[in-house]
Design a protein. Structure first.
Length: 439
């Protein structure tokens, strides 16, 4: 692992001031994995005040000084520098009530969550690894430092971090750590929704999300309880080969690595169980599940503190995800409602949905690509899809003798006829039609 110059300069200056300093945590882990190191975490024997003195020219910020953390920016890269410490009790199951600074690097590493994050490296590349973290990184194992029950009881968010790391890195959760995670997962209710949301978003973009979400589904249900009814729910459909929950998981994985799309797929079928019916032939149906899923998604996202614009876009696409688009008039109306950008996103949602069904259903995905191209062409050709594109307006109809509610009704009628291809979008033809209708 090569330590970049911004980090080297901070380590060097602290050492030259008579202190010990090490790169630690995710910075070392990612470096050992050969991944780019974006955030710099440094641990040091220097007390916070001493760090601020030594690095005064870097405009140090006391971002967590009560817990020993100072942040500096070197060549545009933020570095969090924390004094060696021992954590006190965690009465809120999230942060230590107090910390005690120590001169021991090993004591500092012992307080950390996972062995892979308890590896330190000095300026010369020498490793300090009292818990076998480097070996676990090499083997792809997530293991708690010490007793996993204690680690998860101290800070309940660590359970969600374990699951997120397993998805993100493609690692396996060690058996004792996994057992403690399952046993204590209900403690995730103690964690703020905002922190859970951050971890969930990272999990959804992970390369190993299918295995993790299927293997740790109780954790997922602790975060989103509405997922639990989807577990083991047989869809009884020739279109589906998975339960509702597994279909959801595989649809997430099939979507492009875009947070909006992956959140949509996570919630797109969450309303299926209550809408299930079985016909006389034994075929399952879920009529009305899309708008219900959208309503449920709105409530879930509200709990997580999403902004109204993100909630609105997510729920609109969920509400339309099972729409049948069999002809050009239906595409035009949907394009007018959603706009081109959202309609193209809807095509991606539909393709991801199909990709998690039986193999023969995927043949429809080429059709969705064609619909996207047609929508682009309609916009390029300035096709009439809404009242703004109609060749007549309210003033024209007033001049033709219409007034009040008649005007709006006539415009809606004309737009329908134009979209359905029954009338050309030409001013004289439209006015002539209205005159005939009025007779």
């Amino acid at each position: 692992m090569i330590i970049g110059e911004p980090c080297r300069s901070v380590l060097r200056r602290l050492e030259e001031a008579g202190e010990r300093a090490y790169l630690v945590g995710g910075s070392v882990r990612d470096g050992l994995l050969g991944e780019p190191v974006h955030d710099l975490d440094i641990t040091t024997s220097a007390r916070p005040e001493r760090v601020m003195e030594v690095l005064s020219d870097l405009s140090p910020e006391p971002t967590g000084i009560s817990h020993g953390t100072v942040t500096v920016t070197v060549e545009g890269i933020k570095a969090e520098i924390t004094t060696f410490r021992i954590d006190g009790c965690y009465s809120d199951s999230r942060r230590p009530d107090s910390v005690v600074f120590t001169d021991s690097l090993e004591e500092d590493l012992a307080r950390r969550d996972f062995t892979m994050n308890a590896v330190a490296m000095d300026l010369r590349g020498n490793i300090t690894d009292p818990f076998g973290g480097a070996s676990d990184i090499e083997k792809g194992i997530i293991r708690c430092v010490g007793d996993p029950r204690r680690r998860f009881t101290e800070d309940a968010l660590r359970m969600m971090r374990a699951v997120r790391f397993a998805s993100q890195l493609g690692f396996t959760i060690e058996e004792e750590t996994r057992s403690a995670l399952m046993e204590l997962s209900s403690r995730l209710s103690l964690v703020s929704r905002e922190r859970l949301r951050e971890e969930l978003d990272r999990l959804l973009l992970g390369k190993n999300l299918v295995s993790v979400m299927l293997g740790c589904r109780e954790v997922m249900a602790q975060v989103i309880p509405e997922l639990r009814p989807c577990f083991d729910f047989d869809q009884h459909s020739r279109y589906h080969r998975y339960t509702v929950y597994e279909h959801i998981v595989r649809a997430v994985a099939a979507a492009p690595k875009d947070l909006l799309l992956r959140r949509i797929m996570l919630l797109h079928d969450i309303g299926k169980p209550p809408m299930f019916t079985l016909d006389n032939a034994g075929e399952g149906h879920f009529k009305g599940h899309a708008p219900l899923s959208a309503d449920m998604a709105r409530q879930i996202m509200g709990r997580f503190g999403f902004d109204s614009a993100t909630i609105g876009r997510t729920c609109r696409l969920i509400a339309h995800h099972s729409d049948k688009i069999r002809d050009l008039p239906r595409l035009k109306r949907l394009l007018a409602e959603l706009g081109l950008e959202e309609l193209l996103l809807l095509m991606e949602v539909k393709k991801a949905d199909n990709s998690a069904k039986n193999q023969f259903v995927m043949a429809e995905n080429a059709y969705f690509d064609k619909l996207g191209e047609t929508a682009r062409q309609l916009i390029a050709d300035r096709a009439c899809i809404d009242l703004k594109g109609l060749a007549v307006n309210g003033s024209d109809l007033n001049a033709a003798g219409l007034s009040g509610r008649e005007v709006g009704q006539a415009l809606s009628l004309l737009l329908d006829r134009v979209i359905d291809g029954e009338l050309p979008n030409q001013r004289e033809a439209l006015l002539s039609y209205i005159k005939e209708v009025r007779k």
